[in-house]
Each structure stands twice: as structure tokens, then as C-alpha cells.
Design a protein around this ligand. Structure first.
Ligand code: FES
Length: 140
């Protein structure tokens, strides 16, 4: 006779729940439970005052941009071409781009789209980016 419990879509391990509670200090416990059960956690934080409108930065494995006053985007620095690490931000005409040094692909920091190859695929977006008080939080 088996003693294991059925795995339902609403089930959540104790470990996942506790990790979610630890991460979500500024959210409710129910929000932490939902985030933990969804496998999401805050993976990087930035000071909102350090990111001007139209600007971008590289932070803890993420390209973080602020295309509009209340609009934030984040993309993995793992290059979709061949796994290089996107490591710089520069201007390409009117577009701010994130650059992979391995083969030179450039990506629009506002959309993640390829501006210049060889990559054919866009940068991979974070699950969520939001402002929380004075911080910008990247959740993945
Ligand atoms: S791995 Fe980034 S451009 Fe090739």
C-alpha cells in the first residue's frame, strides 16, 4: 500500500512554500504561497532611482530596461544564439541595445528583439518585472 499523496495542481511542497515566504517579504503570505507554488521567485532587485526612462543596465544575469515611466522589462543575459553572456549596453542609432560579445548579436533592450545577428531569436524575458516601492524586482 502506498503512503504517498496524490499530486494535484494545487499541491505545493513545504520547501517551495517556505522559499516563497522568505522571498516575499513585501507581499502577503498568500501571494508568497502562489509565487512559490508557481516556481517563481524574486531573482534580482535594482534601485528604481538608478534606472532612468529609456535606460538599461545589466544586473545579476539580467538585462533590465525602463522603456517608459512605469514600464520595466527584463531579459536573461544568456544569449539565445549559442549561450554567450550578454554583457554590455550601447546605442545603435536610436535604439539602445544589449550586446553579446561572443559573436556580436545585438538586442533591443525595450523588446528583446534582434537588432543585429547572427542570433535569429530574441532574448528570453523574465516572467515578471515590477516596481515595488523604491525597488524594481525581477521575478522568474
Ligand atoms: S552566442 Fe551570442 S551572438 Fe553567438
Amino acid at each position: 500500500m502506498s503512503t504517498s499523496q496524490p499530486n494535484t495542481p494545487l499541491s505545493c511542497s513545504r520547501r517551495s512554500f517556505l522559499r516563497g515566504v522568505a522571498v516575499a517579504t513585501a507581499t502577503t503570505a498568500s501571494g508568497a504561497l502562489l509565487a512559490a507554488c508557481a516556481g517563481e521567485e524574486v531573482v534580482a532587485k535594482a534601485d528604481a532611482a538608478d534606472l532612468e526612462v529609456g535606460g538599461a543596465t545589466i544586473l545579476d544575469g539580467w538585462v533590465l530596461s525602463r522603456p517608459g515611466e512605469n514600464e520595466y522589462k527584463a531579459f536573461s543575459t544568456s544569449c539565445p544564439h549559442a549561450g554567450g553572456t550578454i554583457n554590455s549596453i550601447e546605442k545603435a542609432g536610436d535604439v539602445t541595445v544589449a550586446v553579446c560579445p561572443k559573436h556580436g548579436s545585438k538586442f533591443d533592450v525595450a523588446t528583446g528583439d534582434v537588432v543585429e545577428g547572427p542570433s535569429r531569436d530574441p532574448m528570453s524575458p523574465a516572467k515578471k518585472v515590477e516596481r515595488n516601492g523604491d525597488s524594481i524586482e525581477i521575478t522568474n
